[in-house]
Each structure stands twice: as C-alpha cells, then as structure tokens.
Ligand binder design. Structure first.
Ligand SMILES: Cc1cc2nc3c(=O)[nH]c(=O)nc-3n(C[C@H](O)[C@H](O)[C@H](O)COP(=O)(O)O)c2cc1C
Length: 211
C-alpha cells in the first residue's frame, strides 16, 4: 500500500513538473494547492491576453514551452508542423513595417499581433490532410504550458490572412523561411500578461450526450 502511494505520489509530481514547475495563474498564485487539479485549474485560468508587459521572456522558458508544443498529439506522429519563434523585437518591427506598407489604407494593421513580445509562427504541411489539427493541438500545448509558467498567450488567425493574402507580404514569409510544401497557418503570441480578462461565456448546450 505504501509502495503504491509512493508511486502515485511520484507520478503526480512528474505530471505536475514535466513542463517545468508548479502551475501558477497570472496573479502568481500556486494552483497546485491541496484539493485542486493543476491541469484543470490551468485550462480554466488560461485566457487570451491582448495587453503585455514590456518584459523579456527568457530563451530557457521559450525552449520549455516549445518542447511542450512539439509533444502535442499529432497524426501518425508526422509532426506536420514547422515553427518559427520571433523573440527579437527588431525582427518583429521589420515584419510589422512590411505589413503596414502592404496595407496602406488600414490603420496599424500590425496591431493584429496584439503587441505580444514573442510571436510564434506556425506552418502546416500542405500534403497532410490532418496537419491543421496537428498545428492547432501544438498551439494549445504552447498556450497551456505558457500559462503554467506564468506566461500569457493569444492564438491569432488574422495575421495569417493578412500575410498570406497579400503578395506585398511575401518578404515576411521569405524571412520566416518555412520549408517547401508548408503553409503559414497560425500565430501564437506570448509574453507576460498585463491584464487578467474574465472568461467569456461558453455554451454548454453545444455538448450533448448521446443516450
Ligand atoms: C483559430 C483562432 C484564431 C484566433 N484569432 C484571433 C485574432 O486574430 N485576434 C484576436 O484578438 N484573437 C484571436 N483568437 C482568440 C479568440 O478570440 C479567443 O480565444 C476567444 O474569444 C475565447 O476567449 P479566451 O481565449 O479568452 O477563452 C483566435 C483564437 C483561435 C482559436
């Protein structure tokens, strides 16, 4: 009995620390307190962040988050994604300038990045019909692991439309340098949150049990 308890304890500890440390919400409270489920707390605490502090996210933390990203479930373990992490503000500025020039009639089109200090650009393998799911699951792993490390996130679709739909943005895709056959399909912004938005309502009626 004692051995089983020890093994269960070890497993729980491994699960909690596998992506690095205890789970914290944006207020820095430890969500692993007794009686709480760290994973569920983490999922329920994550919200899209659109206001970030001017604070650098270390490469060590980013590496950990990306490691969690690529450990997402994915069809046939094809890993049908490619990821480009932009944490250099100068590179991000170049990208934003190109977008602003490409859309002269739109005011600050680059605000579609929501000013997140780190931008993760994700591309999917066009030859694999499930690659969009793979990329979505990876994005969720990125966002949840970030959340568990006290980093805010936002999933962004609008930069994809803006960049893919306008030939004047081709230099951005060249800069990101995805492999032949890959298509830019999603962005995830990361950074230290400077807001704590409330959860938006969810429609529970979307879920039905088939009796
Ligand atoms: C595929 C996808 C694309 C999204 N694109 C944008 C976007 O372009 N801009 C934005 O501000 N939020 C974007 N979001 C964030 C959603 O608006 C947000 O997840 C939703 O309103 C629910 O809020 P929550 O994430 O705080 O729970 C996107 C989310 C997903 C999953």
């Amino acid at each position: 009995m004692k051995l089983i308890k020890t093994l269960v304890g070890c497993f729980c500890l491994m699960a909690m620390t596998s992506c690095g440390g205890n789970v914290h919400n944006h207020e820095g409270e430890d969500c692993c307190a007794e009686g709480k489920n760290a994973v569920i707390e983490n999922i329920m605490a994550r919200r899209s962040i659109r206001k970030y502090k001017n604070e650098v996210v270390s490469r060590e933390i980013l590496d950990q988050i990306m490691e969690c990203g690529i450990n997402a479930p994915n069809g046939q373990n094809k890993q049908s994604w490619e990821v480009r992490v932009v944490d250099n503000s100068q590179v991000m500025e170049e990208i934003k300038n190109t977008m602003n020039e490409a859309y002269p009639n739109m005011q600050n089109v680059a605000s579609c990045f929501r000013d997140a200090p780190v931008m993760v650009f994700i591309a999917r393998d066009k030859s694999y019909d499930f690659s969009a799911f793979d990329c979505g699951l990876m994005a969720q792993n990125i966002m949840l692991s970030a959340q568990s490390l006290g980093i805010g996130s936002i999933c962004l679709g609008s930069p994809v439309r803006m960049i893919n739909d306008n030939p004047a943005c081709a230099t951005i895709l060249e800069r990101l340098n995805f492999s032949e056959g890959y298509e830019f399909c999603l962005c995830v912004g990361l950074g230290y949150a400077d807001e704590s938005p409330a959860a938006k309502p969810r429609d529970k009626a979307k879920v039905k049990y088939v009796e």
